[in-house]
Design a protein around this ligand. Structure first.
Ligand SMILES: Cc1cc2nc3c(=O)[nH]c(=O)nc-3n(C[C@H](O)[C@H](O)[C@H](O)COP(=O)(O)O)c2cc1C
Length: 370
């Protein structure tokens, strides 16, 4: 249970407003098509007039807990997970909504349409999502142009919080040419991003997860870290690696060594899972859908992975996966995550979850009782 305080009353009111008014509307518009609704939400957030943004900022952008990590100043410890705003359409809205950073993308070197629809399934009773989007995005150059247009430059805090960019492999590029494909995205986005996250863990691009193999990851991280050093020898762009939760512990152990040796700045753990445990009976019929599962059924697995990783490396960790409440976030911090990210929890709980984590996940404020 959370400690009772004015903050908690405020967070409860926000949550009640979201669950009672906003979410029912959000989950039923466009005939309940989750992808169309998502597109509409992101586009609306991207076009909020400055006056309304001021109100949002007043209501939600408060009480953050700053942290320094990989040479970056994060004004708050809860960020937007990759995939929520792939093309940076709503980039200016995330800080006012209370986020301390936003990981845009995943973008690829070449624009691509992603997998055929339907490819996004909401599992309401399970508080989960299954997706097989397949890196639908407008490409690295388009995101770079968008960030440049918003006067974003690495380190200038133009959007009120650091901007990370997740980069992945273009689907039509063969795995053997993955390194130049990722390097193109790095070079294109380096002037604008505060960090890059290398996505080798999405289950929705054929063969992508094989880049988590020891030799492949050595080659990829080595090439990206050294190019970042060439581009800016004094302050190389920090490179994070995002890992799958389904890696066996033995392989994970090996990969931590690869990441440390390559000089990456940190890890993002975890991506979606291929497991299908923890679904409510009402959602079992969707278990057969191909893709990655996120949300509440991932909470325990992601937490367990983060705890294990934190016990086996000094690399800083951004914890992500099934954070559906401030207590889940606190458990991630307790497990060793320095920052957390949200996707599914934000869809199900709204900005109240961000406010709740910001104001309640403090060593001095959160009292977790059994
Ligand atoms: C619809 C959807 C699209 C996603 N797209 C990406 C992506 O492009 N790149 C990536 O690294 N992760 C992507 N993810 C994974 C999330 O960033 C996150 O790692 C995962 O969903 C677990 O967190 P959650 O339980 O808070 O959603 C996506 C997740 C969802 C639900």
């Amino acid at each position: 249970m959370l400690d009772s305080s004015l903050d908690e009353v405020w967070v409860r009111a926000l949550r009640a407003g979201y669950l009672g008014c906003v979410r029912p509307l959000l989950f039923t518009m466009h005939g309940g098509d989750p992808e169309k609704i998502h597109g509409q939400l992101i586009s609306t957030l991207g076009h909020l007039p400055e006056s309304l943004m001021g109100v949002v900022r007043w209501a939600l952008d408060r009480d953050k807990d700053p942290v320094e990590l990989a040479g970056i100043h994060f004004p708050g410890r809860v960020g937007v997970a990759a995939g929520l705003d792939k093309d940076g359409v709503a980039a200016a809205a995330w800080a006012p909504l209370g986020f301390g950073f936003a990981e845009l993308g995943t973008v690829t070197a070449h624009a691509q349409p992603g997998n055929p629809r339907p490819r996004l399934f909401r599992l309401i009773r399970s508080r989960a999502i299954i997706n097989r989007m397949g890196f639908n995005n407008n490409g690295a150059e388009s995101l770079a142009a968008k960030l440049a247009g918003a006067q974003v430059a690495r380190g200038n805090n133009a959007l009120g919080c650091p901007v990370g960019v997740s980069i992945g492999k273009t689907k039509r590029i063969p795995l053997e040419q993955a390194v130049p494909d990722y390097l193109f995205s790095l070079e294109t986005l380096a002037p604008y991003a505060d960090y890059l996250a290398i996505n080798v863990s999405s289950p929705n691009t054929p063969g992508l997860r094989s880049l988590q193999g020891r030799r492949q990851l050595e080659e990829l991280t080595g090439a990206l870290v050294s190019r970042a050093r060439e581009l800016d020898p004094h302050h190389p762009l920090p490179i994070f690696v995002k890992l799958a939760p389904d890696l066996p512990i033995g392989e994970l152990d090996e990969l931590l060594g690869v990441c440390e040796d390559a000089g990456v700045s940190g890890l993002v753990a975890t991506n979606t899972t291929l497991e299908r445990g923890g679904l409510a009976p009402e959602d079992q019929h969707l278990a057969v859908q191909a893709g990655g599962l996120s949300g509440a059924p991932l909470t325990a697995l992601a937490l367990q992975r983060v705890r294990w990783i934190a016990g086996h490396t000094k690399l800083p960790i951004m914890g992500v996966g099934g954070i559906m409440s401030p207590n889940d976030a606190q458990a991630m911090f307790d497990a060793g995550a320095r920052l957390v990210q949200l996707y599914t929890g934000f869809i199900f709980e709204g900005p109240a979850l961000v406010a709740g984590i910001n104001s309640l996940c403090r060593p001095d404020r959160l009292r977790v009782t059994q």
